[in-house]
Design a protein around this ligand. Structure first.
Ligand code: PAF
Length: 282
């Protein structure tokens, strides 16, 4: 595995593979790798000739009040995990090469960025779209892999890639969960024991909603009430940012449940913000 810090060298290395007709699978990450990331890397490995992974904690997607400073970083441990998965290229850029002095570009996917998490994290998705555009241009992958846990992020990236003709296939992979259903996330490590116990309420509220829909419930209002009831039975959940039923393309709340439907939730336990979602099809 080559660990490369300079974009130009990554670009040259990836192009050498691509001109030989090889396919390149790319997994962008912010490090603190857990089994969710590893499942993306395994999938990329399986579906492509060459695999590239990036680790970059992107300051542009954190607001001033967010957790950039305490975001977990462990490059040695991450490198060891990646090496075991037979990755070809590990790209670990510094902030000054991703955002050198004079960097002035922002990518905004307008219609989708202000909804769901965007209402509570202004500027977050602009930061995500900007860094992902930059990474895709450096690596030029055949396919790029993202987790369904960050549903809105993948919807925004799919839209950006389509609108701007990036020519990369976006592959969205299933959420990997802990034994009690909690979606794996680097932020899970922030929680204390009591919060960690309570955190599975997000999964339970989605399961309860999906079960009700599968049993015939079609009222989004009723489903929203069910989800809120599960979340509010947990005193550790100090705030619910949203818990409702959405159209997975537009991310708008739906008036009636039919076809492919997104159930999504974001809630805070102490100062840890967790998100999760299910797709149901009726
Ligand atoms: O999902 C993440 O880890 C990040 O948002 C991403 C896609 C690597 C961009 O920084």
């Amino acid at each position: 595995m080559e660990l490369i810090r300079i974009p130009r060298i990554v670009q040259d290395t990836c192009r050498k593979y691509l001109v030989k007709g090889r396919t390149l699978g790319f997994v962008p990450t912010m490090g603190a790798l857990h089994d969710g990331h590893l499942s993306l890397i395994r999938r990329a490995r399986m579906e492509n000739d060459v695999t590239a992974v990036s680790i970059f904690v992107n300051p542009l997607q954190f607001s001033a009040s967010e957790d950039l400073g305490r975001y977990p970083r462990n490059l040695d441990e991450d490198t060891r995990k990646i090496r075991n998965l037979d990755v070809d290229i590990l790209f670990v850029p510094d902030e000054n090469v991703m955002y050198p002095q004079g960097f002035a570009t922002r990518v905004t996917v307008e219609a989708l960025s202000g909804k769901l998490c965007g209402r509570f994290r202004p500027g977050h998705f602009e930061g995500v779209a900007t860094v992902v555009a930059e990474l895709l241009n450096i690596v030029s992958p055949t396919r790029a892999y993202f987790g369904q846990k960050d549903f809105q992020q993948s919807a925004i990236i799919r839209r950006m890639v389509k609108d701007l003709h990036f020519g990369v296939e976006i592959v969205v992979c299933p959420t990997i969960r802990e034994h009690d259903g909690l979606a794996m996330s680097s932020r899970n490590s922030y929680m204390d024991e009591a919060q960690r116990q309570a955190a599975s309420a997000l999964y339970r509220c989605l399961t309860r909603a999906a079960d009700a829909i599968n049993a015939g419930e079609r009222s989004p209002l009723r489903i929203k009430e069910l989800m809120t009831a599960v979340l509010s039975s947990e005193p550790q959940i100090v705030q619910v940012d949203y818990a409702s039923v959405y159209n997975p393309e537009t991310l708008d709340e739906v008036k009636r449940i039919e076809g492919e439907t997104l159930l999504a939730v974001a809630a805070r336990l102490g100062d840890t913000r967790l998100i999760d979602n299910f797709i149901v099809n009726v």
